[in-house]
Design a protein around this ligand. Sequence first.
Ligand code: FUL
Length: 415
Amino acid sequence: MSKSILAKPTEQQLRWHDMELGMFCHFGMNTFCDQEWGTGTDSPEKFNPTQLDARQWVRTAKRAGFKYFILTAKHHDGFCLWPTKTTDYSVKSSPWKNGQGDVVREVADACREEGVALGLYLSPWDRHEPSYADKEAYDAFYTEQLTELLTQYGPLVELWFDGAGSEGREYDWPNIIGLIKRYQPDAMVFNMGQPTIRWVGNEDGLAPYPCWNTSSEARVSIFTSDMLTWLPETSDWVPAECDVPIRSNNWFWHPNDEDSLRPLDNLMDIYYRSVGHGTVLLLNISPDDRGLFPDIDVERVIEFGDEIRHRFDHPIAQSSGEGAELILTLPEESLIDHAILMEQISDGERIQEYVLESMKDGVWVELVQGTAIGHKKIDRFEAIRTKQLRLKLTKCIELPLIRFFAVYCTELDSK
Ligand code: FUL
């Protein structure tokens, strides 16, 4: 094993890795205009959710097993969901609650009550704000908006910076990052400035495999042009977050769009290829124009959470340990069809290749060959009957550390 200096995650990044599931929530002017990218010219009069209930949104997230919730406080159209002092283009000019409402506050309160972490999306690209044409003026405007969000709504787990529409535009990242460090030092920074997490490079919720956690590796495997603008101080540990809407292709709610709701098996496939490849999944559900998650979306996401728990809450056997080989002995010979591996990533991503074998008639038979393990690797294979497994860590940098090694049978009826 060769010695090398390994990149390591911060405590905040470790906590973020462990959350595994986040819920994205796109809501705003677009919800009322049947559009995805408003031009910033729609009248605030249109924003009038008659039954808005942020508790319904956050309770759904919690019930389905999601650990954090990210709301679009301002999308590209510039309409703000909180009564900002920076512009009149916000909820305060809308008929909703006679201009007295604050969606960000309602979501923050619901998150606090339900014990779900809160994150906010603040689009840098702003199609409404007249000062956008003047870099310095807009930088001041944007940082003021950000400061309001950083200081008025309690702890934030993540700030989501969307590069769309901002190609070729530079914002005042040193100042933006400085504000986050000052007011929300524990928050993750998504993909821009000095990110602590990165975009996976698609909006399908799919991570490639392997999906290494370091930016140097990511630059080679999933290059996105955003990386060119990252500040030099960006740390080398920048894991990927996989974002995807539950209604394929649409981030915002649209009428008569129920057919695009992803079926459960599609969501499970996304889960295997995001969380199962060591990343975090950020699944979007959008409230409708009443201000409620539609029932069918609620049912589907709960079904999804239940299916994850059904498959993975009850390992047949589990272990942990260090060194190039780990044996897992089952209480009795059993049928298995999944394995979950987790590396002790607090000490860096040390494992580069592994082989998983099962004992059959006194001989080790190869089940899986893999590369990265990282935070989590889920392997599924045709069901086999065995009493013992062997995990061989065949290529590592320094001593390999396995936090969790477990096997499952999801064909519960045939067990
Ligand atoms: C993209 C945006 O343009 C979409 O509207 C959406 O917000 C998605 C999450 O990011 O870049």
